[in-house]
Design a binder for this molecule. Structure first.
Ligand code: HAM
Length: 510
């Protein structure tokens, strides 16, 4: 037998166990109900997609794409197994054919590798009079080079889902559907981040996207209204909505240049990350949490003062639309978000109890993304994603986990522990358990016969509300004995009486 070995979940990923999983279900179910009333339907998306989809959408230079994605080569099934030395020439020919047929990427890197490898194969093969030993070093180089072939598409575990929604929207021609296409999704996302409270490598999002020809500010406000209605239904306390407008392709470039110029002036006072971002993405400097940069950032030019007339009007109308819905918000000019596809409206919601990772939700408008991914330029988009892990944490910390998300039946909250004694009682117990479960009661049925004391002891430890006892005597008399475990009261009832007795008892969660 192989040596025994225990395993732990990988760093930054975790199991969600009962009873907490019941709260997750309640949260997700509430999202389905609330989003449904706003006309959103569920889309189920793949967990992995072509890396290029995320690189184009989220942005090559963003932290998410440049360092946090889990990426691998999805090796084509047509590729022959790794070759032994003597098989190199045949293997290289096979790779060339697969590149020509498009089974593996026919890109610059693979073409470069192919050229190099073919030259070497020609030089080294056939071996002729020389021995393998004489070629050893060259063959080693050749085997490394052969390893450089990218033998399939590069794919990534999704770090977010907006890119996938847009890909699906275009792929399925959803622009022909009437009105705005409103979709929501929920599921795991993957980012290689440094794990801490509220930050995981596999985390969960509940997100929603509205795509369509209109970019009316009323849509922005309604999406935010839906989000807040959801939080309210869950009784999430202390949520604060932060909003901003980051302009569009007409006004943002000029602002970014201005910001860059100002940042150059104070360059020496900034940390290494911010210094690098002056070149790569100056807007992200505004995101900095470094204590000593805060005073400097406060003095930088603000985008609100540099919006073009259209963006300003859009932002003003978003605020008015929020107002007419009675939604309070904080304007936050530093809210630029860490993904490249945003334009105009951006927003985040913070919630208490989360420490430094206090954004429970982020979102915004991404009007150019559909076009960037090859769809119609007329399709605009806006959406958000809630970090489910953080939402659950915040609900738990504020005690709302019990009120809003508490499972209808807490784990271990059994209605009936069905203790049977004697082989003849088992078939009757199996039948009774089925009828009780059909009627909606939570039933635990011992799989093997147990001693009376042990069985009832287990009923106690499982916190069952009732032990229903079925022995050969009860069977003969056509009754069961029911013991209420809270106070030990016991009585004999016929099956029909048992159901009404249990129904009259308070629910397990009361
Ligand atoms: P995001 O701000 O990157 O936006 O993520 C949204 C939320 O996911 C965050 O506010 C946070 O609650 C949660 N989150 C992100 N990373 C982690 C992590 N490592 N661990 C735990 N929770 C995390 C997006 O993903 C956009 N796709 C949102 C969007 C949809 N914008 C438009 N439509």
């Amino acid at each position: 037998m192989a040596e025994k070995r225990q395993f732990q979940a990988i760093k930054g990923v975790r199991d969600i166990l009962p009873p907490e999983s019941a709260l997750w279900n309640r949260v997700e179910q509430t999202a389905r109900e609330v989003f449904g009333t706003f006309g959103f339907s569920e889309i189920r998306l793949p967990i992995f997609e072509q890396t290029e989809l995320f690189a184009r959408s989220v942005g090559q230079e963003t932290d998410i794409v440049s360092k946090e994605m889990y990426t691998f080569v999805d090796r084509s099934l047509d590729v022959p197994p790794d070759p032994k030395i003597g098989e190199f020439p045949g293997y290289v020919q096979a790779i060339e054919r697969l590149m020509e047929s498009g089974s593996i990427p026919n890109d610059e890197t693979n073409r470069g590798t192919l050229k190099f490898v073919k030259d070497w194969v020609q030089e080294l093969f056939p071996f002729g009079e020389k021995t393998v030993e004489e070629y050893a070093e060259k063959l080693l180089h050749l085997s490394y080079a052969i390893n450089d072939f990218q033998l399939g598409d590069r794919v990534s575990m999704r770090p977010e889902a907006t890119a996938s929604v847009v890909r699906a929207y275009i792929q399925h021609g959803m622009q022909t559907l009437p009105g705005n296409v409103k979709l929501y999704y929920m599921g795991p996302m993957f980012r290689r981040e440094r794990p801490q409270k509220g930050r995981y490598r596999q985390f969960y999002q509940i997100g929603a996207e509205a795509l369509g020809p209109s970019d009316a500010p009323g849509i922005d406000a309604e999406v935010i209204e839906m989000l807040l209605a959801f939080f309210e239904r869950l009784k999430l306390k202390g949520a604060v909505l932060h909003i901003n407008s980051i302009g569009d392709k007409n006004c943002r470039p000029a602002y970014v240049e201005r910001l860059r110029a100002e940042l150059q002036v104070v360059r020496e006072q900034l940390g290494a990350d911010s210094q690098r971002r002056i070149e790569t993405n100056p807007l992200r400097v505004l995101d900095s949490k470094l204590e000593h940069e805060q005073g400097i950032i406060e003095k930088l030019p603000r985008i609100a003062d540099h919006l073009c007339a259209e963006c300003r009007a859009h932002y003003d109308e978003v605020k008015r639309q929020l107002g007419l819905r009675g939604i309070t918000y904080q304007k936050n000019w530093r809210l630029v978000r860490g993904l490249d596809y945003y334009m105009r409206t951006t927003f985040e919601i913070t919630a208490p109890g989360l420490g430094s990772q206090n954004a429970v939700c982020g979102g915004g408008r991404y009007d150019g993304l559909v076009e960037l991914l090859g769809g119609p330029a007329t399709t605009k988009g806006i959406g958000f994603a809630i970090g489910t892990d953080r939402l659950v944490l915040s609900l738990q910390e504020s005690g709302a986990g019990e009120v809003a998300g508490g499972p209808a039946r807490p784990a271990g909250g059994l209605d009936v522990y069905l203790a049977w004694f004697g082989a003849a009682a088992q078939p009757a117990a199996v039948g009774l358990a089925r009828r009780l479960r059909d009627a909606g009661f939570v039933v635990e049925l011992p799989a093997v016969e147990m001693k009376f004391g042990k069985s009832l002891g287990l009923a106690d430890r499982l916190k069952a509300r009732h032990a229903v006892i079925l022995g050969e005597d009860e069977l003969a008399a056509g009754v069961v004995a029911v013991k209420r475990l809270a106070d030990g009261t016991q009585q004999k009832l016929a099956e029909s009486e048992l159901f009404s007795y249990l129904r009259a008892a308070p629910a397990a969660s009361d």
